[in-house]
Write a protein that binds this ligand. Structure first.
Ligand SMILES: NC(=O)c1ccc[n+]([C@@H]2O[C@H](COP(=O)([O-])OP(=O)(O)OC[C@H]3O[C@@H](n4cnc5c(N)ncnc54)[C@H](O)[C@@H]3O)[C@@H](O)[C@H]2O)c1
Ligand SMILES: O=C(O)C1=N[C@H](C(=O)O)CCC1
Length: 247
């Protein structure tokens, strides 16, 4: 398969290595310095685009690729206010679009565990739910896309919670009203690839579940597997389509 890497930073480079190991070719490597090369890349030279760029550039990048008829696997976070527009364009063009806030298998299992736990905790209102996400200091968006997906899973299951709120860095907890909200604390530390913790606190104890990524390998492998799966398909997809139901 010929893969165009749109965004060639930490993730683009990790994906390149895994794609080559799995026998694929790289059609082009595009980052902020050579975006013009997209125009000169022949449509036939690309089977699928893997887009891991920045919150500011993802929407235009995906739009451009769908207009060229290229299937897109996107992992960029922080652009989802434009998601409906991209999905409409994908339908109009009869294209293929795959999105996941997190491509690692472990996190997708954790998404399911999170929903199961939230459903169970519905009957124990003395426990207050909250979340912490920790990432490297180069990360541009907060909260992480993964934390938003986790919060959406909790909102789906806990009727007392109507929204999520973000608390960044040293913002004091006392300023946040989290009665009807899932509070997400975002910490930025060193080179941390990605850690997510969900807590249920009562007066007397705490229940905690945690996912820790040890590297970017899990994200990169999931993105390449999603690209292999998307090749030849038409429609809008996510990790549940790739992994199947948990029943
Ligand atoms: N879904 C997942 O599993 C997952 C995993 C890790 C990271 N991410 C997300 O992927 C994105 C990239 O992460 P990263 O760690 O590789 O970031 P990074 O900063 O290391 O790399 C970003 C790259 O995008 C390029 N870029 C910027 N503007 C561009 C443009 N207009 N066109 C093309 N390229 C452009 C930059 O030059 C850079 O090469 C972030 O949004 C991050 O949150 C998602
Ligand atoms: O390094 C990042 O940036 C990550 N972004 C995704 C997110 O926002 O959830 C996935 C984890 C790593």
């Amino acid at each position: 398969m010929n893969i165009l890497l749109l965004g060639y930073g930490k993730m683009g480079k990790a994906i390149e290595q895994l794609a080559l190991d799995r026998g694929h070719q790289i059609a082009a490597r595009i980052d902020a310095n050579n975006v013009d090369e997209l125009e000169t890349t022949s449509s036939d030279a690309v089977d699928v685009v893997i887009e891991f760029s920045s919150p500011e550039s993802a929407f235009e990048n995906i739009k451009y690729c769908l207009e060229r008829g290229w299937p897109v696997v996107c992992g960029t976070t922080g652009w989802l206010s434009h998601r409906a527009e991209i999905e409409q364009l994908c339908r109009d063009k009869k294209g293929a679009f795959f999105y996941a806030s997190n491509y690692s298998i472990g996190v997708n299992l954790f998404f399911r565990l999170n929903k199961t736990l939230a459903k169970f905790m519905r009957q124990y209102p003395s426990y207050q739910v909250s979340m912490t996400e920790v990432h490297h200091t180069e990360k541009k968006d907060a909260p992480s896309g993964t934390a938003i997906t986790l919060a959406e899973g909790i909102l789906e299951q806990l009727p007392t919670k109507k929204r999520w709120v973000n608390r960044e860095g040293d913002q004091p907890q006392s300023l946040i009203d989290s009665t009807d909200a899932v509070e997400i604390e975002s910490l930025r530390e060193g080179t941390v690839p990605g850690t997510h913790v969900i807590r249920y606190d009562s007066e007397v104890d705490q229940i905690e579940i945690k996912h820790t990524a040890h590297s970017r390998q899990g994200f990169a492998l999931g993105a390449v597997v999603a690209a292999e799966w998307l090749n030849g398909r038409e429609g809008i997809f996510g990790m549940d389509d790739l992994l199947g139901s948990d029943e």
